[in-house]
Design a binder for this molecule. Structure first.
Ligand SMILES: *[C@@H]1O[C@H](CO)[C@@H](O)[C@H](O)[C@H]1NC(C)=O
Ligand SMILES: *[C@@H]1O[C@H](CO)[C@@H](O)[C@H](O)[C@H]1NC(C)=O
Ligand SMILES: *[C@@H]1O[C@H](CO)[C@@H](O)[C@H](O)[C@H]1NC(C)=O
Ligand SMILES: CC(=O)N[C@H]1CO[C@H](CO)[C@@H](O)[C@@H]1O
Length: 498
């Protein structure tokens, strides 16, 4: 009897270990910045080489209607981490600038928001964010770190709290030129001209200008000029720095081997946590400007520095796949790859080189709610748990990752707030064929631009496709290669309307 009891207990223990490993997979979330859906081989690009990212598609599910919650970094990432539209967390501006630009901003993702990292950490996951954060740093003082990744459920942080910007790399121009032109350069010029005219008129005796007025005018010009010089001279130092946890470790940031450093950090994090479940968010600086690439990749692609950056990021994805293989974690790890929004198609360098990617057939790009701004790559791989080499046309959102991984980690979804994302597993595993998103809302900052309606009651014949022929059709479809697909009225209607 005792033996039987012992055996039962053993059996139970084995069972629970088994369910543990299934329900507590490691989670690796790879987030590119400003990458276009048409930049990847698995979405049909034939000239950029992205073999490792393509491998995710071959061994997992390719989402063809994967929609970012916003066409801008800060709100899109807030939505990604919380599973909620950015407007719910206040990460949606009423002004034109919809992202944080300064490390000294007091704004950021509110402490009350529940990120997936907080919930996974509570379930015993080791959690790390490596790369770009862009959701704020401090509230009241310069070291309260209220918005910092370590205050949002990450045990480890290595990266940038703000974002990569042209201004961070000498010789790459400035994103502030337009704004500064309007609010500083022109006023300084007007002041200067006024000052000179007054002085001349005074000198030739046309007008008797009080000495004081001249003095004030001079002072104002000098101050404005000083502000301008201070801004450009110090921007790089004050905004572009690399942190490890709460410590600044490089200021200003150097781009030399930067992706290698991020990758090494990610690989080491995995190595430190092979015996506990972990959550790794590897948030690339690629392929936002300022563009950069290490010697190994510079000048190697067919698409200039932009292409080099894409290929270097792909190499980094390969390093992550290799280390998972090495520690035999392949089947225990759910991998997701996406971009925070579509390619920034207007990005041209000061020398005229194209610095933005390709959104395939989709119109527009980053910072617009045209389809090119929000339809992003979406790849998920979990060998043995989700089918390999399949395509999913149903609308999905980057907010869906939140409920998906929270459930897999065995955590409770918050019930005191609305979660806009839906668990992807039933769709990925083919248990259902319809996405739960009947409506997706497309905001530009705090303003609603459009609503996508996916009627719940129409026939669905293409969400479970598998053949090679189908794969090719998909890629042609995304790249707009002319063939019979274009006569498909439903497809046409969809792309014309959006
Ligand atoms: C960058 O990597 C190259 C090649 O591995 C190496 O020679 C160089 O010293 C590295 N630079 C820095 C700053 O680590
Ligand atoms: C591949 O990507 C590059 C870089 O964005 C783009 O210029 C090119 O048009 C794409 N090629 C194809 C065939 O889609
Ligand atoms: C991983 O999963 C795949 C697909 O189910 C299976 O073929 C393979 O044997 C598994 N590998 C291990 C080490 O369990
Ligand atoms: C597993 C499966 O359903 N395979 C099908 C995929 O599509 C091809 C061609 O349409 C069929 O022949 C397979 O049976």
């Amino acid at each position: 009897m005792r033996l039987l009891l012992f055996l039962t207990v053993c059996q139970y223990a084995i069972n629970s270990v088994h369910t543990y490993s299934i329900s507590n997979p490691n989670v690796v979330l790879l987030m590119a910045d400003d990458l276009g859906i048409g930049d990847l081989g698995c979405y049909g690009n034939r000239t950029l080489r992205t073999p490792y990212i393509d491998r995710l598609a071959k061994e997992g599910v390719t989402l063809t209607q994967h929609i970012a919650a916003s066409p801008l970094c800060t709100p899109s990432r807030a939505a990604f981490l919380t599973g909620r539209y950015p407007i719910r967390s206040g990460m949606a501006a009423f002004s034109r600038v919809g992202v944080f630009l300064f490390s000294a901003s007091s704004g950021g993702l509110p402490s009350e928001e529940i990120t997936f990292s907080k919930l996974l950490k509570q379930r015993g996951y080791a959690t790390a964010l490596i790369g770009k954060w862009h959701l704020g740093m401090n509230c009241e003082s310069n070291n309260d770190f209220c918005h910092h990744p370590l205050s949002h459920g990450f045990d480890y942080f290595y990266g940038l709290t703000v974002t990569n910007l042209r201004d961070c790399k000498p010789g790459q121009g400035s994103v502030f030129l337009k704004g500064i032109q309007k609010y500083l350069v022109i006023p300084v010029q007007i002041l200067g001209v006024t000052l000179v005219s007054l002085a001349v008129m005074h000198y030739v005796g046309l007008l008797k200008v009080p000495f004081q007025a001249l003095g004030y005018c001079l002072l104002l010009t000098a101050i404005s000029l000083a502000v301008l010089i201070f801004f450009f001279y110090h921007f790089r130092h004050l905004n572009c720095f690399l942190m490890r946890d709460h410590q600044i470790i490089q200021q200003p940031l150097s781009y030399e081997n930067l992706t290698q450093r991020l990758t090494t950090e990610a690989v080491q994090f995995i190595g430190r946590n092979t015996d506990v479940p972990f959550l790794l968010v590897l948030s690339y600086l690629h392929v936002h400007t300022a563009l950069y690439a290490s010697d190994m990749f510079r000048g190697k692609s067919k698409h200039g520095l932009y292409g080099d950056a894409v290929e270097e990021m792909d190499w980094s994805v390969g390093q992550i796949l290799n280390v998972l293989e090495k520690y035999n974690l392949r089947n225990k790890t759910l991998i997701y790859f996406s971009s925070d929004q579509g390619a920034h198609i207007e990005e041209i360098s000061s020398s005229g080189e194209v610095h933005g990617g390709y959104n395939g057939i989709y119109k527009g790009g980053k910072s617009t709610n045209w389809e090119g701004g929000i339809r992003v790559p979406g790849l998920l791989r979990w060998p043995g748990m989700i089918p390999a080499g399949t395509y999913m046309d149903e609308p999905t959102s980057n907010m869906d990752i939140f409920p998906t991984i929270v459930k897999l980690a065995g955590a409770q979804l918050p019930n005191d707030r609305i979660i806009d994302g839906h668990d992807l597993m039933p769709l990925l595993q083919g248990k259902v064929t319809r996405s739960k998103h009947e409506f997706l809302f497309h905001y530009c900052n705090a303003y609603l631009n459009a609503v996508r309606w996916h009627p719940g009651n129409i026939a669905n014949d293409c969400s479970q496709a598998n053949s090679t022929q189908f794969t090719e059709d998909h890629q042609k479809q995304i790249l707009g290669i002319k063939d019979t697909l274009e006569d498909n009225s439903l497809y046409k209607k969809e792309t014309e309307n959006l």
